[in-house]
Design a protein around this ligand. Structure first.
Ligand code: ZN
Length: 246
């Protein structure tokens, strides 16, 4: 949304008579207005509600995951968001990324994490390469995206992350906006990249019960995290425990 800008030309430039001065005054006003519009236009990404399947099976598998992984037995698979975790899908297109999260049950293509639960992976948000934000899941429902921390973490996935599809400037801007939006809505304390998640082992928020259940992650990488953290520094969000004051 662009805020309406009220520019009172006569307070900016004192009144003078003469055609040349009028011309100069008009030119200055146009210049000021242009600078103001460029500098003050508020960035508002497109946010599209695009829910993935949340059916009785997904709810049941989510509850089973919370109990098996964390020893939690809530009535509904709700979370109290305290953390935002940024990711990339390592899938180059929006459509294929959505397809990966759509089924409630983990497909057979993921034998690496099958033994830890049949719930499919997902995230709360998926950011397309043009910066459009797709909202996949209610912020307070559990998504399986980060071992040990899903009970308190909102996941933001970004389409891409392959060598041919590095994350874009538009995605960076959308992630920054989304982190600010979530911090304004929930008591978020931590902001981490998925590649940093194992730093939480031993932290009170780390609830994974199996010390052998880990996957090695590189997403979304330190460069992207540095850019996001620099832009939201004023929010005072903490990084992972072993890298305070990043
Ligand atoms: Zn990830």
């Amino acid at each position: 949304m662009v805020r309406p800008i009220r520019y009172n030309i006569d307070t900016a430039v004192p009144q003078r008579s003469g055609g040349l001065w009028r011309c100069l005054r008009t030119g200055l006003a146009v210049l000021f207005l242009g600078i103001s519009l460029a500098g003050c236009a508020e960035y508002e990404p497109a946010v599209v509600e695009r829910p993935i399947t949340w059916d009785a099976e997904r709810e049941r598998l989510s509850l089973a995951y919370l109990e098996a992984r964390y020893g939690l037995t809530p009535v509904t698979p709700r979370i109290n968001p305290k953390m935002v975790v940024l990711h990339w899908t390592a899938i180059p297109t929006l459509e294929k990324s959505l397809e990966a999260f759509e089924p409630s049950r983990l497909p057979q293509t993921r034998p690496d994490i099958q033994t830890a639960g049949a719930l499919n992976v997902s995230a709360h948000y998926l950011v397309d390469r043009d910066g459009t934000i797709y909202h996949l899941l209610a912020d307070t429902l559990m998504a399986r995206h980060t071992i040990g921390l899903n009970h308190c973490a909102i996941g933001i996935e970004n389409v891409g992350g392959t060598p041919e599809t590095p994350l874009t400037e538009a995605q960076l801007k959308a992630n920054i906006w989304l982190v600010r939006h979530l911090k304004a809505s929930f008591p978020i304390t931590y902001l981490i990249g998925h590649h940093e998640y194992t730093s939480f082992e031993g932290h009170p928020l780390w609830l994974e019960q199996d010390s052998a259940y880990r996957t090695e992650k590189t997403d979304p990488g330190p460069a992207f995290m540095n850019d996001v953290r620099r832009a939201v520094k004023d929010l005072g969000l903490q990084g992972p425990p072993k890298m305070q004051n990043p």
